[in-house]
Design a protein around this ligand. Structure first.
Ligand SMILES: Nc1ncnc2c1ncn2[C@@H]1O[C@H](COP(=O)(O)OP(=O)(O)OP(=O)(O)O)[C@@H](O)[C@H]1O
Ligand SMILES: [Mg+2]
Length: 589
């Protein structure tokens, strides 16, 4: 036997990427100390190496047992007191070259297996270069920084998954901070449904509903026709056969065509459809429907009831939601008195739309400040410049004031708008391929749910995951319920950062979607400590267990200090909750 202190044992079985090692019963200790460091033999997730000539093959311990995995009745020559390790081969290093993922040469029976010491780990993880950022320290060594390849992390997309309180938000902050500190031209848009990130990034530009400096506006006219119809009047594409649905489309197209002279440039009317993101007045749309419903006419014949035959008294005021006035068809009982409108199709649409327009919670959509597109106001290029064109590299879209029923469509609009800007700007020097962008989605399971067939955000985000890479758009999803997230999205995730995950359904999703075949490493997920992650996939040289540092300042997601709060008395005060109620009303803290 070798006297080498790192010697572990010999290979007894080789099966494609997995080898089985019989640990020598002559090794002096199960926990040898090498260069002052304690190593534990047979810890799942630790590395071992095999030397074949000038090639070093590295593997990761994925299972430990006291019998070889293929033992049976006739195979009793094995000493059942000994230990057997299953080792997943992960990469190799030829001579003095750098470590490479994947193996070209396989070890064989009786090849020696050695412990990996700190120096080997430094060889594997390599040095920090321009293309990588430090994500944390290796769990087995406090001195060993783990780097991830930023190009692959962003453009092949990534996911941060873990149960509540496992440290996802903190991990997100670590990664974003490393990116922002390292790359002067980087840019990130963070979709933050609970408004928890502004505190962690004092330098970021934060857009928020009702904010006095950077109010969040998402002009409703970014919606395509299906979205407008659903959102404004509750109609679905299946209503296509209904007269009111078709007329509604015509009205919208007509209003959009009236507005083709825009600040960003004039748009040819022939290209304008009900789907084009052209500004129009939602109030005028309501007013028009109201007009047809309430008009009185000089004729009873429906097809002769037109604008010319209407008996109009005044036009009302659409900006203030006052409908036009007509001479009443009831007031004069003579034969030639005005006649009631036969155009009652919009009856239910008009009512629904009026209640939408009067609901101040939707003001960020329907009253989008100066974003009117027409000369003298702001257009969509101003919105893009504010969101993704500023020198502040991180933009936080704080959606905490967005009513839950419109969260889906809001995330959908944001995503599609940024996607379109990257697609159509793909060759511009300042965006697209020439300045990639990362879109990060916190609490992704709430709006990217796989069971929701009508999810606008899911469709838009799936498109980013499928196509974004080609024009510089990468995505990061953060979620505590991976089993609820769209499978299309998870299948496109190149790098998984999996923190403690206790639910077995969620674990199996990570297991089946993780790109490397490392199920045993994934089995560790329920036992990880807070802030500890298993990272697998394209952006990391080798699947690793990593400790992520606790950041300061932090997102406002820290646990409340329950014991402290419950340990003191709280006096009654009838004025309590007044400001809370005002905040509920104004959707503003
Ligand atoms: N790397 C870390 N080291 C030590 N403590 C950590 C680490 N990361 C997070 N914590 C602690 O764990 C708690 C929860 O962290 P965090 O808010 O990041 O979890 P989360 O997974 O985002 O939870 P949620 O699903 O509820 O949003 C925090 O109070 C934080 O102080
Ligand atoms: Mg969180």
């Amino acid at each position: 036997m070798t006297t080498d202190i790192t010697y572990l044992g010999k290979i007894i079985h080789v099966d494609s990427g997995i080898v089985e090692v019989e640990v020598s019963d002559e090794i002096p200790s199960a926990a040898p100390i090498i260069n002052g460091r304690l190593y534990k033999i047979g810890q799942i997730g630790t590395f071992v190496k095999m030397l074949i000539g000038n090639i070093t093959i590295y593997g990761i311990v994925s299972a430990v047992s006291n019998a070889p995995s293929n033992s049976d009745e006739t195979n009793l020559k094995f000493n059942f007191g000994s230990r057997f390790l299953s080792v997943q081969l992960i990469g190799e290093k030829i001579g003095e070259d750098d470590f490479e993922k994947g193996v070209g040469t396989y070890p064989t029976i009786n090849d020696e297996v050695h412990l990996v010491v700190e120096k080997d780990l430094f060889d594997i993880y390599g040095k920090h270069d321009e293309g990588s950022i430090e994500i944390g320290k290796h769990s087995s060594s406090e001195n060993l920084s783990v780097y991830i390849d930023i190009h692959k992390l962003i453009l092949r997309h990534c996911a941060i998954l873990g149960s509540t309180g496992s440290g996802k938000s903190n991990t997100t902050v670590s990664i974003l901070k490393a990116i922002l500190n390292h790359y002067i031209g980087s840019r990130v848009v963070l979709v933050d449904p609970h408004g928890e990130y502004a505190s962690a990034f004092p330098e970021a530009k934060v857009f928020k509903i009702n904010d006095s400096t950077n109010p969040l506006f998402i002009p409703f006219w970014l919606m395509n026709f299906d979205e407008l119809a659903y959102f404004l009047v509750g109609a679905k594409p299946a209503d296509d056969q209904k007269v009111e649905y078709r007329k509604f489309r015509e009205l919208i197209t007509e209003l959009k065509k009236e507005n083709n002279i825009l600040v960003s440039g004039t748009v040819d009317k022939n290209y304008i459809t009900a789907d084009s993101p052209i500004p129009f007045s939602a109030r005028k749309l309501w007013w028009k429907m109201n007009w047809w419903l309430n008009a009185s006419f000089t004729t009873t014949k429906k097809d002769e009831q037109t604008e010319e035959t209407a008996v109009l008294e005044n036009n009302g005021d659409y900006e203030n939601l006052i409908g036009a006035k007509f001479t009443s068809h009831l007031s004069t009982p003579f034969a030639n008195s005005p006649h009631v409108s036969q155009h009652k199709e919009f009856y239910s649409y008009e009512k629904k739309m009026l209640s939408r327009l009067k609901d101040s919670r939707f003001d960020f959509l329907f009253n989008p400040g100066d974003f009117k597109g027409i000369p003298g106001t702001k257009d969509l290029h101003n919105l893009l410049n504010e969101w993704i064109g500023s020198t502040q590299k991180l933009t936080i879209l704080d959606l905490s004031g967005v009513p839950f029923e419109v969260l889906d469509i809001t995330v959908g609009l944001i995503t599609r708008f940024i996607y379109d800007s990257m697609f159509w700007g793909r060759n511009e020097a300042y965006t697209g391929k020439n300045r990639p962008l990362l879109l990060a989605y916190e609490e992704a399971h709430t709006y990217l749910n796989k069971n929701d067939d009508n999810s606008y955000s899911r469709q838009a985000v799936e498109q980013v995951f499928k196509e974004g890479r080609k024009f510089g758009l990468g995505a990061l999803v953060i979620s505590q319920r991976p089993s609820e997230i769209s499978e299309t999205i998870l299948a496109q995730v190149g790098t998984y950062i999996a923190l403690r995950l206790t639910n077995s359904g969620d674990q199996s999703i990570v297991k089946s979607s993780a790109p490397d075949n490392l199920n045993n490493l994934i089995d560790l997920l329920p036992t990880l400590r807070t802030g500890e992650a298993i990272i697998v996939g394209e952006a990391i040289k080798i699947p690793s267990r990593v400790r992520i540092k606790l950041n300061n300042p932090r997102p406002t997601s820290d646990d409340p200090k329950l014991v402290e709060a419950w340990s003191k008395a709280h006096p009654e005060n009838p004025d309590n909750y007044k400001s809370v109620v005002t905040s509920i009303r104004q959707q503003k803290l």
